[in-house]
Design a protein around this ligand. Structure first.
Ligand SMILES: [Zn+2]
Length: 381
């Protein structure tokens, strides 16, 4: 495998920007991990084997008024507060830890996550959207424990993360079957927990809308229309995949205002970004700290400019960071720099946005009100 050779070689040479971009692609994973999962077979068993034992959390009664599902139960949208709209907690190559348990210490990582999320809560963040699904080693029983013990509200996702093919299981089955499983996660609970998915996730990267990716986008669209649960995506911004995603959603009758096109903050192409916005979607300025794609000062400048153009009500902020992401070796992680963490927006980005002329009301919109409105626009159709 090219990526493996590449990573072994990393320790022996200096990291160039190109290396890091490639590492980002490796880290974006999807295809490689899915291939592993399908080769291993018995995905259901593997998935169950990777999860740490969990105490059964009873499902609390939903509050009156609009609410969103989180790992620890339904939360009133008025209690969402400051929300990081695209993060991860644990991103694991699908099936690897189940087959080689020595590579993953769930208990140690759980402690680390509880510590980080507790600190985030102390700093005034109330909610984190964990956009991790099948293809990135989703482990909701573990995330549920982290949410419960840290007190941070964690919205968990359903969907499928791939840049090209879907696992063999889904290749052999229909779009509707995939949609049924997503709906099950939304209405019954994920991985036999009481946690229900509050958001649908899919991805389109440099390969574009391949048959596998299209199957996922259509299944996500169908599950969205059946349940009303909103959609958030991964895109490659430089090849303008957000527009391709909007086309597929549009053809499925999706109201594009119920979609966040992710990773738009990687782009400085105002023309591309306004095209997405004009079709009604939110855009995710959601990789602050990933300087390898675009440094913070440029991300801030683009966000401030769009605020000035009147789009503050259509942007959300986040880092796309994680407590642990197994495709980054310590060397790559170090080279990626210190900014890529859950605290960068609080520590550096918000002050820089203010400096760039963004008002408190606009910051409030991007961090509190837009997430709330996104999750209040509910109901199937
Ligand atoms: Zn992500």
């Amino acid at each position: 495998m090219a990526s493996q050779d590449y990573r072994q070689g990393l320790t022996e040479r200096r990291l160039s920007r190109r290396d890091l971009l490639r590492a980002g692609t490796v880290a974006g994973l999807g295809a490689a991990s899915l291939a592993l999962a399908s080769c291993a077979g018995g995905e259901e068993e593997s998935a169950v084997a990777t999860v740490a034992p969990t105490r059964e959390l009873p499902r609390p009664t939903p509050p009156p008024g609009p609410y969103v599902e989180t790992a620890t139960g339904p939360v009133s949208t008025s209690d969402l507060g400051f929300t990081l709209m695209h993060e991860h907690i644990f991103v694991l190559s699908e099936g690897v830890a189940a087959n080689f348990p020595s590579v993953w210490d769930a208990e140690a990582k759980k402690k680390e996550a509880i510590d980080l999320l507790s600190r985030l809560k102390d700093r005034g963040v109330s909610t984190l959207l964990d956009a991790t699904v099948l293809g990135s080693g989703r482990n909701v029983p573990l995330v549920q424990q982290v949410a419960q013990e840290s007190g941070l509200q964690v919205i968990v996702a359903t969907g499928l993360y791939t840049y090209d093919e879907v696992p063999h299981y889904f290749q052999a089955r229909s779009v509707d079957h995939m949609a049924d499983l997503f709906v099950q996660d939304i209405t019954e609970g994920i991985q036999r927990t009481s946690a229900r998915a509050g958001v649908l996730k899919c991805a389109t990267d440099h390969a574009g809308v391949t048959p596998g990716v299209e199957k996922v986008l259509r299944a996500v669209a169908k599950a969205h229309r059946r349940t009303g649960v909103p959609i958030t995506t991964h895109t490659e911004a430089k090849s303008q995949q957000g527009l391709a995603q909007q086309d597929v959603f549009d053809s499925e009758g999706v109201d594009l205002s119920r979609v966040i096109i992710g990773h738009c903050g990687d782009s400085e192409d105002i023309d591309y970004l306004t095209k997405l916005l004009e079709r009604g979607s939110y855009i995710g300025m959601d990789r602050f700290g990933l300087d390898v794609y675009l440094p913070t000062n440029k991300r801030v400048a683009v966000s401030a400019r769009l605020c000035g153009m009147g789009y503050a009500e259509r942007m959300v902020l986040s880092h796309d960071a994680a407590v642990y992401w197994d495709s980054f070796t310590p060397e790559v992680l170090k080279a990626l720099g210190v900014n890529w963490n859950y605290f960068h927006i609080l520590n550096d980005v918000l002050p820089a946005l203010r400096q760039a002329g963004v008002s408190e009301a606009q910051i409030q919109a991007m961090t509190v009100e837009n997430p709330r409105h996104f999750f209040e626009n509910v109901g199937g159709y």
